[in-house]
Design a protein around this ligand. Structure first.
Ligand code: PLP
Length: 459
């Protein structure tokens, strides 16, 4: 029997030189982004006041399968990539399963997550355009950290709006961002018109990604030489994250292993979209491809409970409308701990793939169950997972246990998106028995669906 090492790395020469743009291979419809006032498909010119020009182009590019990775970005990638593809031998043993379990570990850089892959690309294009700085929002803090690292590297200013409850749960995230030179403001804040209007409605608001996006956008529009950046959801972000899946596929090919099941947690969809990049082309071409599973928290279940509809990407309703699975732009998830999975919508690319059954399955778990799995994983594999990543681990464990029942020797690959080092308050709450498997009531959902905009007949 061939030996599979615990960790597989790729030589530098085999790192991806181009991002993979899945939209070029999606033959089913590309539902366009719609302008928030005219409700016509947006153009690059419409997006240019928001994003830097190259990113606006990437956002709308549905023709080029591959987009070269700039040499400067490749150079930065070489400092922390490839990320390892790990065979979870100890977890397999713990579960006593015939399945082979692999995970692609993206938490090995200082930001602690996969977000750095897009942050460095976005900062590069902003610098290339001669911008002075960028603004953004951050939920759990991983994206803000990643972008602060990237902005420090390219000498850009950065203003971060951090969802208030996350800022309270993770004070050291702020210190980390400030270490890299970013300015961090808890959101909703009194600094912006949008923030003040949210606070007027609810002075105690725990905040949401949707609100923080509105604030970050407002500041970028009002500050000359600034643009806005987003760490997930957008087509451009999935494009940059494709390096995860491309590396995974190359490593598996070297090992002569074929994945049967590919699993990723899904907040805005960037890590799962990135991981799929190594496999989805085959599926879209009708070739043999793995079964895909998206995993979300029961407290923010956009794919499993949301509607496939045109919706705003922010709570202030100033962004373009995207056709996606959404809980409604005004949805404020309960203050659960999987901060990075608390977005009301889902990447339009993943939404369309799920709608067309190219992603076969989405499931959701309560946070208590997720932390149980996270602790079990930490104790046998050593690595402390981010709570977001633990959603994917839980699905992988369930699939491996099914194999134990049936005796099937499936190959399960999941994305381990980050480390839990900054989530110790959440782990502490779990140890104290304070975490419940809170879900949403039908009433909560119906109320936020009522806020969906009227649906276009044309798209
Ligand atoms: C942000 C984040 C996620 C979720 O975001 P996606 O865009 O869905 O990938 C998952 N895990 C970690 C560690 C994150 O930081």
């Amino acid at each position: 029997m061939k030996h599979i090492p615990y960790k597989t790395y790729l030589p530098e020469s085999e790192l991806p030189k181009a991002f993979y743009n899945v939209r070029a291979d999606m033959k089913t419809d590309h539902r366009p982004l719609l302008h928030p006032t005219t409700l016509k498909p947006v153009t690059v010119e419409d997006l240019e006041p928001i994003f830097c020009t190259e990113l606006a182009r990437q956002e709308l590019n549905d023709t080029d399968r591959f987009i070269p990775i700039p040499e400067e970005v490749q150079a930065f990638f070489r400092m922390y990539r490839p990320s390892p593809l790990v065979r979870a031998y100890c977890l397999e043993k713990e579960l006593d399963t015939p399945a082979e379990i692999y995970y692609k570990y993206e938490g090995g850089n200082t930001s602690g997550s996969h977000k750095l892959n897009s942050a460095i690309a976005q900062a590069y294009y902003a610098k290339e355009q001669g911008l002075k700085g960028v603004t953004t929002e951050t939920g759990a803090g991983q994206w803000g950290t990643a972008l602060s690292m990237a902005c420090a590297y390219f000498g850009l200013d950065l203003k971060v709006f951090m969802v208030r409850c996350s800022a309270q749960q993770k004070p050291y995230r702020k210190v980390l961002m400030e270490t890299y030179g970013a300015t961090v403001t808890p959101s909703p804040s009194s600094m912006t018109k949008m923030g003040r209007s949210f606070l007027e409605k609810d002075p105690e608001s725990s905040g949401s990604l949707g609100m923080a996006i509105s604030e970050a956008l407002e500041v970028s529009m009002n500050t000359p030489g600034y643009r806005y950046t987003l760490g997930s959801v957008l087509n451009q972000v999935l494009l940059h994250q494709s390096v995860i899946g491309l590396e995974t596929r190359t490593a598996l090919d070297h090992l002569e292993v074929e994945a049967d099941i590919v699993i990723g947690c899904a907040g805005g969809g960037s890590n799962l979209g990135g991981l799929l990049a190594g496999f989805i082309g085959d599926k879209l071409a009708g070739k043999k491809a793995p079964y895909f599973i998206a995993v979300e928290p029961a407290s923010c279940p956009s794919l499993t409970k949301g509607k496939f509809a045109y919706d705003y990407c922010d709570a202030g309703k100033v962004t373009p409308l995207a056709k996606m699975y959404t809980l409604g732009a005004t949805f404020v998830p309960p203050a659960g701990h999987a901060g990075g999975l608390r977005y009301h919508g889902m990447s339009p690319i993943l939404s369309q793939l799920y709608h067309d059954c190219f992603i076969e399955e989405a499931r959701s778990y309560g946070q208590k169950d997720v932390f149980e799995t996270a602790v079990r994983f930490a104790r046998c594999e050593g690595l402390l997972p981010a709570p977001e990543s633990a959603h994917a681990i839980k699905a992988a464990v369930e699939e491996a246990l099914k194999c134990k029942e049936s005796g099937e020797k499936k190959v399960i690959v999941f994305g381990l998106t980050g480390t839990g080092t900054f989530d110790l308050a959440a782990y502490q709450a779990f140890h104290k028995g304070l975490l419940e498997n809170t879900g949403l009531t039908e009433g909560d959902l119906q109320q936020s669906f009522r806020a969906l905009p009227p649906q276009s007949e044309e798209f």
